[in-house]
Write a protein that binds this ligand. Structure first.
Ligand SMILES: NC(=O)c1ccc[n+]([C@@H]2O[C@H](COP(=O)([O-])OP(=O)(O)OC[C@H]3O[C@@H](n4cnc5c(N)ncnc54)[C@H](O)[C@@H]3O)[C@@H](O)[C@H]2O)c1
Ligand SMILES: O=C(O)[C@H](O)COP(=O)(O)O
Length: 571
């Protein structure tokens, strides 16, 4: 028990620290510090300053330099150059949000950010036109061999016969990834009179047809296309999409354009395709490593490769767009007003809805109570919501945010957890700790025919099959615990501060022994609740005005009439 008390105190210190560190609610619109990296357009800093934040611009930082200063910042703005790794996050003790001024987030370790309770956002849309324009420019340049002809002329030659090109009109272009940029490229390709086919698992066929894109299975695309243009993110599914195997299925003389991400093309395979003549030409803006290493020089130097150094978003217009978007989005998020562009957690706006407040507070208390009044490893947590006002706010987002808040409370006191839990990382932490989670809309059997509405029930399954259930109900705006396991006649109560819970023999004197020990230790009992069950020990909860010393709890544990003595902090 002593070790549980030490843990409870340490965890409380943890939580207090967390409140100052991570809480992002509408009330905390205080000025923050934001670090702007990667040559972001100055409009970004202007907006942060207008909104009362301190914004520092630093370009070209080394990883150690970044690690040494990031602890001072609430927000960080990056483009593709800065890598947000676990190492950087270890030093980012105040960081709340990483804002990517652009689309690709493959330079950000998103799971590590989630684990650290840091939101990640991007600004899709701001550089769509710019990047689509570069893709079409490269497509034309590759089709008309512009860079070869340019190099030839610059070397003093006049080689009119050498650079025979190909027309786009009447040819088929495959757009792989039909999102914002892919659709824009498709539109302009149609302007050239091209037939557009495409592949995108997330795009409905009818919408694609409306946009003039004939969707096909990926495997069927290769043999149909004269041109292939890539517009997907780099994911495990898209890594090495262009490989020896896919190139072998392509038409002879195919032209490939990549303005999406290096890594989608296997560069060694592409070089082999160019050398064999299977691939007529390739146009590349992005590389598997940037700047490309020595080993990629053969590809870049190939005469039939047109290349640019990741310039898709490098137009004045796009840079202003993404810098403005990221600043506005981050200011709103830091103020708890809005969460546009956040990619790693989708329920923050719901969490800030005023009507959610009492439910979230109650859910967190139930989570804290569970982990502090249970021995044994927690295997599964099921959150149930039922009745009254809850019905009107019951969306899947509301239920998930409630589940996250319950898990936040639970993880704060869970042995084995060393990470500060937050609304952002709690579901991740629970899963890392091997806890299965579920949401259920059915009322728990202990509350069938109960008079309570607006009920949150949390069932916990422990290793070995034991189960525990705690239910709470919101009365007006106050959360109350209304049921623990199957104990009957349990008066509803609002837990505050320090709770002593125990099971006792249901006979005269059992509870008064406890009161005597507490009184000898000068600890006042603010409130007391007792529940009973036929043939079982009674359950007693006492709200204490002070935290008993470990020796006092040991004395209580020594009473032969008690079992399951726990001290819980629910503040
Ligand atoms: N070169 C540059 O400077 C530059 C600039 C902007 C964006 N980009 C890159 O371009 C990519 C596309 O940007 P966007 O704004 O169009 O993003 P987007 O999210 O609007 O579109 C991406 C599309 O790819 C699809 N997709 C995902 N996995 C796929 C798969 N396995 N196969 C086929 N399609 C798949 C998605 O469903 C989505 O429709 C981004 O990943 C970004 O990294 C590069
Ligand atoms: O994903 C993106 O938005 C582009 O790759 C742009 O990257 P950049 O901001 O480094 O130019």
């Amino acid at each position: 028990m002593a070790s549980r008390i030490v843990l409870a105190r340490a965890s409380r210190a943890f939580l207090q620290k967390e409140v100052g560190r991570r809480a992002i609610h509408a009330s905390s619109a205080a000025a923050g510090r934001v670090l702007c990296l990667d040559n972001i357009d100055p409009v970004c800093v202007e907006i942060f300053k207008e909104r009362g934040h301190q914004a520092d611009v630093k370009n070209g930082l080394t990883v150690p330099e970044l690690c040494s200063i990031i602890g001072d910042y609430d927000g960080m703005v990056i483009r593709s150059a800065t890598k947000v790794t676990g190492e950087v996050l270890k030093h980012a003790s105040n960081l709340k949000v990483v804002g990517r001024a652009g689309v690709g987030i493959d330079n950000i370790d998103v799971p590590e950010c989630t684990k650290a309770g840091v939101m990640v956002m991007n600004t899709p849309g701001g550089n769509t036109v710019s990047t689509a324009q570069l893709a079409v420019t490269l497509l034309c340049a590759a089709a008309r061999r512009i860079s070869e002809a340019d190099a030839s002329m610059k070397s003093g030659k006049w080689e009119r016969k050498k650079f025979m090109g190909t027309e786009l009109g009447g040819k088929t272009i495959a757009v792989v990834g039909c999102g914002r940029i892919g659709q824009q490229v498709a539109k302009w390709a149609q302007g050239f009179g091209m037939k557009v086919i495409g592949f995108d698992p997330a795009m409905p066929k009818d919408i694609a047809e409306e946009k003039g894109i004939h969707l096909m299975e990926l495997d069927d695309i290769w043999s149909q296309a004269d041109f292939i243009t890539l517009h997907t993110p780099l994911t495990p599914d898209t890594k090495d999409l262009i490989s020896d195997a896919s190139i072998a299925k392509m038409r002879d003389g195919v032209i490939i354009v990549n303005c999406a991400r290096g890594g989608i093309i296997n560069e060694a395979a592409l070089l082999r395709g160019l050398e064999s003549g299977k691939v007529a030409s390739a146009a590349l803006d992005v590389y598997s490593s940037e700047p490309p290493p020595e080993s990629a020089k053969g590809l870049i130097a190939h005469p039939r490769v047109v290349c640019t150094p990741h310039l898709g978003a490098s137009t004045e217009e796009a840079q202003v767009n993404v810098a403005r978007d990221v600043a506005v989005q981050m200011c709103d998020t830091l103020a708890g007003i809005d969460y546009v562009g956040v990619v790693n957690v989708d329920y923050m706006a719901m969490a800030n809805e005023p009507m959610m407040k009492p439910y979230l507070e109650l859910g967190e208390i139930i989570g804290k109570l569970h982990s502090q009044t249970t021995t044994g490893k927690i295997k599964k947590v099921t959150v149930r919501t039922y009745g009254g006002k809850l019905i009107s706010i019951e969306t899947s987002t509301a239920r998930r945010v409630l589940q996250a808040q319950v898990l936040k409370g639970l993880c704060a006191y869970l042995p084995g957890n060393t990470t500060i839990p937050s609304l952002i990382n709690a579901p991740y932490l629970a899963s890392e700790l091997g806890i299965e989670t579920a949401i259920d809309k059915k009322v728990h059997q202990s509350l069938v025919n109960s008079p309570y509405s607006n009920v949150i029930t949390v069932d916990v399954e422990l290793e070995g099959g034991r189960k525990r259930t705690i239910s709470g109900s919101v009365f007006g705006t106050e959360g109350n615990i209304v049921q623990i396991d199957n104990y009957k006649s349990f008066p509803a109560f609002q837990p505050e501060g320090t709770l002593l819970t125990f099971r006792n023999e249901d006979r005269p004197g059992a509870v008064s022994d406890v009161l005597r020990i507490l009184s000898d230790a000068s600890i006042n009992v603010a409130r007391m609740n007792v529940g009973r069950q036929e043939g079982e020990l009674a359950l007693c909860l006492m709200d204490l005005d002070a935290v008993p010393a470990p020796a006092v709890v040991e004395q209580l544990k020594g009473l032969g009439s008690l079992s399951d003595v726990f001290l819980a902090n629910v503040a």
